[in-house]
Design a protein. Sequence first.
Length: 309
Amino acid sequence: MSIFNKFKQGLQKTRDFVTESFNRIAANLGYFDEDMLDELEMVLVQADCGIEFATELTEAIRENIRQTGDSSVENVLSILRKGMLDLLKDVKSLELQPGKLNILLMVGVNGTGKTTTSGKLAKQFQDQGKKVLMAAADTFRAAAIEQIKVWGERTNTSVIAHKIGSDPSAVVFDAIDAAKARNTDVLIIDTAGRLHTKQNLMDELSKIRRIISREAPDAYLETLLVIDATTGQNAIVQANAFAEATEVTGLIMTKLDGNAKGGVALAVVKETDLPVKLAGLGEGVDDLQDFNPEIFVDSLLPDPESLKS
Ligand SMILES: Nc1nc2c(ncn2[C@@H]2O[C@H](COP(=O)(O)OP(=O)(O)OP(=O)(O)O)[C@@H](O)[C@H]2O)c(=O)[nH]1
Ligand SMILES: [Mg+2]
């Protein structure tokens, strides 16, 4: 399946919602008036684009209509598209540095998809012929260690693991050691999403980061915050909390297929200024895709042909 079709399929719930709303609001007249633009703003809020960004987008539409006099559905759609692409213009997908150890530190609250995404990434890099290693630095739950080991078997990737309750930084230490010895291209570190307190969690991440900079100062490090798109505006709270505690370099939005609120990717970028690097569009191993702004926006907004006129 092409990447465009993957995104279209993954974001179908959101797109259907936006398309139905467009048709409901503008079908009779074929153009937008003031009240209809207010309704459109609400639709964007309901798709979780965030109030601030929804207001910004509809203001841009009003301004454009004032200037051009064109309030057609097509014009409104094209201004929305442009506004969204503008927000995402700095997004760059994940790029490994050749000839170096690349370390991907997966962080995020529990259940967002860190372990699954680590497995999916391992598969992708293996398919590209890279030497991959995973570290089971979520030592909080026995099941977590088992889960990453299963992904290791499934993707033919070695997993460095210690016992439940052991120090995650020690796992990372050993994993870096092994990565150096094996000439590894990519080390993927799966971390815990839940500890006894939020402070414990943040302290643990800081410690892991210290070990990485001490033991692998020349490595290329990406700290990827995994966010569950179905958690709505709470995603923004999480993103802010992690960005404060550790230097996040990019976002992975998972479960974009889960509900009609895929617009949350836009709200999180608006709020944090962090680039979305990858999109999780389903549970399958091939459902992780590089985040492509154009394809994302075209999958989120109605297909012009699907609009009644
Ligand atoms: N539909 C859908 N489900 C996903 C996606 N990514 C992950 N999941 C599911 O989300 C659930 C939680 O994923 P995990 O990888 O265990 O999450 P985690 O962040 O490691 O969770 P903790 O280890 O508890 O912190 C699993 O059932 C995954 O299959 C996605 O892109 N789409
Ligand atoms: Mg996990």
